[in-house]
Write a protein that binds this ligand. Structure first.
Ligand code: ATP
Ligand code: MG
Length: 337
C-alpha cells in the first residue's frame, strides 16, 4: 500500500554563497525530512535578480547550490530539485496572483523595507512583488508544509491572506500551507550586529559565516563576533539584553546538538574566548566535512545538469495541473495544444 505523504516545499536564492543561517534552518534538515515528505527544493533564481548581480556569478551560484544540496544529503531519487526559472508556470501564476494582492500589504513587508534601505539605488517592483512570486512557488505544488527560517514568517502570513482571498471567490482551489520553522537556529543574527539577521547578500562579509569560506577565516570571524561588555562575562541566553552571546549560543546549540541550557551550565564562569574557541572547533569540524563533499559534487557539472533537467520535468508536470485549474477557475482559456 502506498502511504500518503504530505508535500513539503523549500527554496533558497542563488544570491551568493549560502550562510550558516541558511544551513541551520533549511539545508541541515534535508536528510531528516526528505523521506518523511514529498519534497520539492527550489533554487529561486528569479527571486535573486531583485538585486543586481553579474550574469556569470548567477549561473555559477545556481550550480554551486545544487552541489551544496547534494553535499547536505539531498537524494535526487527521493526528492525533486529544480531551478525556478525552468518552470514557467511560476511567473505565469505570479502575474495572476498580483491581481489578488495589494500594494499596501506588500509595501508593509519587513524584507521589502530592509532591502529598500540596503539597495536604495535599485528599489525595483520585483523587490515589492517578491512575496507574490513566493506565493506562486508554494501554491503551484499544493504544498502542505513550507520549510523556512523565521524571517519568512511575515511572507507566509501574506500567502495565507492571498489563498483565503482567492479561495473565497474560486472554491478552495489552493491548499493553505503551514510552516516548518526549526525551534533553535531559525534566525541566526549577524556577527557584528546581532540585532540584524545574517544574510548572504550582506555587503559587510564580516557579519556572515559562509559555508564555503576558508576554515581559518571562519574561526577568525567567530573570535571577532560581538559579545557583551559585562564584567565578569556571563554566558547566558538573553536575546534582548545579551544579543551577541545569545546568537553564538544559538549557533553552538545548532551545530553541537546540545541544548542552550546545557551549554549555559557547561560554560558558567568561563571566559568568552574559551567559549568561542570551542564553538570554532565544532563549526570547523562540521563545515570542513561538508566542504569536502561539496567539492566532490561540484566537479561533475554534467551530473548536476542532469539532476536539474529531470527535476524541472517532474516539477512542471505538477505545476501545469494547478495552473490549468487556476485558468479554468478564473475563466482564462486553457491551452490544450
Ligand atoms: P538574501 O540576503 O539574498 O535574502 P538569505 O541569507 O536571506 O539571502 P534566502 O535565500 O533569502 O537567504 O533564504 C533561504 C532560506 O534561509 C529561507 O528559508 C530563509 O528563511 C532562511 N534564512 C535566511 N537567513 C536566515 C538566518 N539568518 N537564519 C536562519 N534562516 C535564515
Ligand atoms: Mg533572504
Amino acid at each position: 500500500m502506498k502511504l500518503f505523504k504530505k508535500k513539503l516545499f523549500s527554496a533558497i536564492q542563488p544570491s551568493g554563497m549560502p550562510t550558516i543561517g541558511n544551513y541551520i534552518s533549511v539545508l541541515n534538515n534535508l536528510v531528516h525530512i526528505q523521506d518523511k515528505f514529498d519534497c520539492l527544493f527550489c533554487i529561486a533564481d528569479l527571486h535573486s535578480i531583485t538585486v543586481r548581480r553579474k550574469s556569470n556569478d548567477l549561473s555559477r551560484s545556481i550550480l554551486d547550490m545544487i552541489a551544496l544540496y547534494l553535499a547536505c544529503g539531498f537524494d535526487p531519487n527521493q526528492a525533486i530539485i529544480f531551478i525556478q526559472s525552468h518552470v514557467y508556470e511560476h511567473t505565469q501564476l505570479s502575474w495572476i496572483l498580483n491581481c489578488f494582492s495589494y500594494v499596501g500589504e506588500l509595501s508593509r513587508m519587513t524584507q521589502f523595507k530592509d532591502k529598500s534601505i540596503r539597495f536604495s539605488n535599485n528599489i525595483n517592483v520585483g523587490l515589492l512583488n517578491y512575496p507574490v512570486l513566493m506565493a506562486s512557488d508554494v501554491l503551484l505544488y499544493k504544498t502542505d508544509i513550507i520549510l523556512v527560517g523565521e524571517d519568512q514568517k511575515q511572507h507566509l502570513e501574506l500567502i495565507h491572506d492571498i489563498v483565503i482571498r482567492f479561495n473565497n471567490i474560486y472554491k478552495k482551489l489552493f491548499v493553505l500551507p503551514s510552516s516548518l520553522i526549526s525551534k533553535t537556529g531559525s534566525k541566526i543574527m549577524s556577527l557584528l550586529n546581532p540585532t540584524k539577521k545574517m544574510s548572504k547578500s550582506d555587503p559587510n562579509t564580516k557579519n556572515t559565516i559562509f559555508l564555503l569560506e576558508d576554515i581559518s577565516s571562519i574561526i577568525k570571524k567567530i573570535h571577532h563576533a560581538q559579545t557583551d561588555s559585562d564584567n565578569p562575562c556571563s554566558i547566558i541566553y538573553n536575546k534582548k539584553n545579551k544579543a551577541g552571546i545569545s546568537n553564538l549560543l544559538n549557533i553552538f546549540s545548532s551545530f553541537s546538538g546540545k541544548t542552550i541550557k546545557s551549554l549555559e551550565n557547561e560554560y558558567a564562569n568561563v571566559m568568552y574566548s574559551k567559549f568561542k574557541h570551542d564553538l570554532s572547533d565544532f563549526i570547523a569540524d562540521k563545515i570542513s566535512c561538508l566542504q569536502k563533499k561539496y567539492f566532490d559534487f561540484r566537479k561533475n557539472e554534467d551530473y548536476l545538469q542532469n539532476i536539474v533537467k529531470s527535476g524541472a520535468e517532474k516539477a512542471q508536470c505538477q505545476a501545469k495541473i494547478t495552473l490549468d485549474q487556476v485558468y479554468k477557475a478564473i475563466g482564462l482559456p486553457v491551452k490544450y495544444y
